[in-house]
Design a protein around this ligand. Sequence first.
Ligand code: NAD
Length: 185
Amino acid sequence: MKSLNQLMNLDGRRALVTGGAGHIGLAISESLIELGATIPILDSNAAACQERAEKLNKIRANFGIALPCDLEDESATRGAVVRAIHQMGGLDVLIHCAAYVGTTQAPGWAVPFDDQTVGAWDVAFQVNLTSAFVMVKEARKALSDSGHGSVILFGSTYGLVGPVMSLYEDTGMENAAGYAASKGG
Ligand SMILES: NC(=O)c1ccc[n+]([C@@H]2O[C@H](COP(=O)([O-])OP(=O)(O)OC[C@H]3O[C@@H](n4cnc5c(N)ncnc54)[C@H](O)[C@@H]3O)[C@@H](O)[C@H]2O)c1
């Protein structure tokens, strides 16, 4: 029987984490690096992406890679996945954590329902949902070649049930309809 150490060991594994500059993406990256994996963190916030990669490299030198990319852009997204695979010589895990969330500052997004726009809805779908489809298509061969490829996509409770908005009183947060729909997808 395998020991817990063997089951958790990610030595030599390569995991691409989107939204790696965000709260949960960073926590994921730190955990996976500690277990031995190399992590390219993909994020549209280029400065935060670089800063987080440097932070990860303090845990294990050269295991964190900054991969600035805007998932709104399909061709840039395909290019970033290809670059990551090329740089690491393959891919074992794809984790899609980046998202338009409740605090995302974008016109027509986290605003009262009457002010939410189709433009913001479309962009959120591109980032939260369509980019996952694009990245899996681009990474499929490398994941398959690894012999143990994993894909982890982030949903949300709010993709299943509506929020109780009284919980968010005084936070300034609004419930973007596109969040629930894209996370449910
Ligand atoms: N925090 C929560 O309570 C919670 C609850 C349920 C689900 N989730 C899900 O967990 C994931 C992470 O949430 P979080 O709280 O860490 O969010 P976060 O806002 O801290 O991180 C999201 C990251 O995605 C990046 N991003 C946004 N648009 C992008 C784009 N176009 N291209 C590339 N990167 C982009 C942002 O720059 C940010 O670094 C999300 O998918 C969210 O839906 C979070």
